[in-house]
Design a protein around this ligand. Structure first.
Ligand code: IDP
Ligand code: MG
Length: 237
């Protein structure tokens, strides 16, 4: 999955790299960097303001912008490109039982502590019709009606989490569908007792993740940002 920041970063990296290949002269590199910085505005404000601060009129900064800022920008964006390319997103929802039992913070903290990144969140009471759409795969099952009644009976905390392997590992954090069979240490294993009140939903694969995110969220509700912790959560040795 490619975030917007990834698209803009990778476009900028390509512009910077091709400019530095075609002309190693710093003066020209600076011109390209200036153009690239324009495209940062409104997308990566921190980087844009860093660039603008460094790109004032003094002789020192003229040298500084060409010699340091351009390679630094390329390095930062390459890093971002490397991470963003591997990241995926999943839909996670705390069902009405989890919300009513005061387990929101507990559940969010398990995903956060793992190193996954929250990119969307909202509290909603879904309609029965909406619940049926969400669980459409189960419409032949005897518990379908009761399940949809339950999901639409109160507030649901809908979220999108991002990270490498988050779809599969999110399911591991959640545990088996039936809490009687969920391992201790999992959310359902530690916090739930019966299948009808298993407190949390998580997408079960890449296709469902995409469909469920689209069902529950508008594209503009998904927030692309670089988390401070990312450089410590990801890395190769
Ligand atoms: P999952 O939530 O682990 O992905 P699914 O098989 O997709 O499990 O079932 C969706 C939800 O339907 C479960 O989380 C649970 O709330 C409910 N459910 C599944 N099986 C039963 C059942 O046998 N009786 C009652 N409810 C069930
Ligand atoms: Mg399921």
């Amino acid at each position: 999955m490619r975030s917007e920041i990834y698209r803009s970063a990778s476009k900028t990296v390509k512009a910077l790299l091709s400019a530095s290949r075609s002309s190693p002269l710093l003066a020209e590199g600076r011109a390209v960097a200036a153009a690239a910085a324009t495209s940062f505005r409104g997308k990566t404000p921190a980087l844009a303001s860093f660039y603008e601060r460094a790109h004032s009129k003094s002789a020192f900064n003229t040298w500084f912008s060409g010699a340091l800022v351009l390679p630094a920008a390329v390095y930062m964006l390459q890093e971002q490109e490397a991470h963003a390319a591997e990241l995926e997103r999943t839909f996670i929802a705390i069902k009405p039982d989890g919300v009513q039992r005061g387990l929101i913070a507990e559940i969010i903290s398990r995903f956060e502590r793992k190193g996954f990144k929250l990119v969307a969140i909202k509290l909603v009471v879904p309609s029965k019709d909406f619940a049926q759409k969400h669980y459409h795969d189960l419409k032949e099952r005897p518990f379908f009606n009761g399940l949809c009644n339950f999901l639409s009976s109160g507030p649901v905390l809908a979220m999108v989490w991002e990270g490498e392997g988050v779809i599969k590992y999110g399911r591991k954090l959640i545990g088996a569908t039936d809490p009687q069979k969920s391992e201790p240490g999992t959310i359902r294993g530690d916090l739930a007792v019966v299948v009808g009140r298993n407190i949390i939903h998580g997408s079960d694969g890449p296709e469902t993740a995409k469909d469920e995110i689209n069902l529950w969220f508008q594209p503009e509700e998904l927030v692309s940002y670089t988390s401070n912790a990312e450089k410590w959560v990801y890395g190769d040795n």
